[in-house]
Design a protein around this ligand. Sequence first.
Ligand code: NAD
Length: 696
Amino acid sequence: MSQAQYQVRGPVAVITLDNPPLNGLGHALRSGIVAAIDRAAADEAVQAVVLTGSERAFSAGADVREFGTSKAGMEPSLPNVIRIVESSAKPVIAAISGACLGGGLELTLGCHFRIARADASLGLPEVKLGLIPGAGGTQRLPRLVGLEPALNLMVSGNPVPARAFAGTLIDEIVEGDLLEAALAFAQKVLDEQRPIRRLSELKVKEPDGEAWLQFARNNIAALSKNFPAPLKCVDAVASTLTRSFDEGMRVEREIFYGLMNTPESRALRHVFAAERAAGKIPDVPEGTPTRTVKQVGVIGAGTMGGGIAMNFVNAGIPVVLLETRQEALDRGLATIRRNYENTVKKGKLKPGEMEARLARITPTLDYAALADADLIVEAVFEEIGVKEQVFRTLDEVAKPGAILASNTSTLDLNRIASFTKRPQDVIGLHFFSPANVMKLLEVVRGEKTSPDVLATAMQLAKKIRKVAVVSGVCDGFIGNRMIARYGKAADDLLMMGALPQQVDRALEKFGMAMGPFRMGDLAGLDIGWAIRKRRAAEHPGEDVSAVADHLCEAGRFGQKTGAGWYRYEAGKRDPIPDPLVQQLIEQAREAAGVKPRRISDEEIVERCIYALVNEGARILEEGIALRASDIDVVYLNGYGFPLHRGGPMQYADQVGLPNVVRSLRRIAAEPGANVAFWTPAPLLARLAEEGRGFNH
Ligand code: NAD
């Protein structure tokens, strides 16, 4: 059956796009539209055409299911479909409700008139995939609404309600039944014999257009540093001033295909697909039953517990917050209140809503208050003894079927589960600090975690607006296990001859939100110190970080103590390089008998990022991560990895795995190198040899 339904209502042919859920403009729908337009042209009873979609979407643009397949470019291509619609001798009216995005909006620009519901969502989101509109949008839209509104829509990529375009892009805003309104509008066009308006035939009338575009270029260049597409929107739009429509279409095509092949667009398209893939768990299919979570318990009202509680109450789920001592409880609640007050001050939350959210938190010192909780998240001290005590108690007080979650960063979740008689109900929910802000949630699947518990956690993550990634059990899970390698590579660079500020600068230039030493100072160096001490006790000789240990021994824990890898002036967060740190580093080099050498920024990036990639490959091979793209999602959402590079594994693919392997082998062969650390992971070496990538 055709995906474009054809129906005649009086003198009007109604073509209804019918490719649920969002009328993606795949090949079948494109062909269907052309066939229906031809049919209307040939039908003598038809004098006008209405093109419409569903309540939910006129069309949300290209069909994502077709991305990257041969069908995507198959004729009739979208630009040609739009040209055919536009050249119809009978007036074509687009009747729009719901999402009208990308190619969907471009299709309406091929129509001669547009009517829409006030809240229909109009947008050109192509820049979010590193592209520009590629079906005439850059040429037709400025001709209709002018340069500035057109560019705003393209460069922001954000949708705008149709009411904002009443009288310009949209000829009429519809209140009641959309189809009836469209039929009435068509009748009016016929009665008034309104001339057909083909946007490709219009001229942009802006005498100062060139000057304005130059101004726009300067602004956009400053805002879109790492992404070429926004500036390319200006180039494409500029041709509407100086060139014919057909020439402009050629310019648009050239730019579009040029961008398709940029690493930035590849990265953005990869991330788009990766975030969707992360929700899929092969042995927990969609439709796996989930448990109802109406009330949550949080244990520990410290740094993490408070933020975790906020996530749930923000989503309307009441929380019982448990502590051991009243002071700790009061402190935790005061912090939560302060956080909300700051949001209110910024105008992002109404005072009444703040109170409503706070009222959803029930503080307690008594485990009996957790009896009704459907999910209990533990965020107490990172000590196995404390976790044991908490989970043994939970096993006694939690109702049957309650999900028992731990926010542990490094401890063995299977061991934690074994403290209960219901290991199938135990799962890791690893939030990132600050837990009310950071998007990432590592969902840690224990050996015995049951599928419905996992499915519930993934569903709940969406509800509290987190990006969830499943991780198996290992020390540090996906993110922290990798970051330890990255940190080690950064520490080694200090011993070799670099200074913290140089390492940070090089990695920030690469695009990391924050270099490793600044990040350490922010997070607190005592955390890593405690972990190193524990690991040193478990595996003597491993994981030494001489300089970091000296800093901690001197009480320099980072920002919170006013000094760490840098020093900080009271009340300020700007890191100031500290000669004392340089001295410590020089002493450590001397003690180790190392002669410092000059280190280039490229070498810094290579070592730190490839250390991440190499550990990522091990994590993938061990099955800790389900797919390489999950690792990318973790790094983009939890560790400030630059979006335009698509995550560490995608970056490695872009560099080419054989090149990554060659570099790692070269480093491993350097005198004094930690060979086990730098030897390429077997999976990485194998993929490189087979000419494959992690993600492809
Ligand atoms: P924190 O020291 O700030 O808070 C821990 C809280 O737990 C304290 O308020 C303490 O009074 C309370 N507590 C201790 N024992 C308790 C018990 N038996 N019953 C009830 N409450 C108890 O620590 P945090 O930074 O919030 O870390 C908590 C957990 O989250 C740890 O497992 C940690 O590894 C993990 N984590 C921390 C971070 C981070 O960046 N801080 C990030 C992710 C995960």
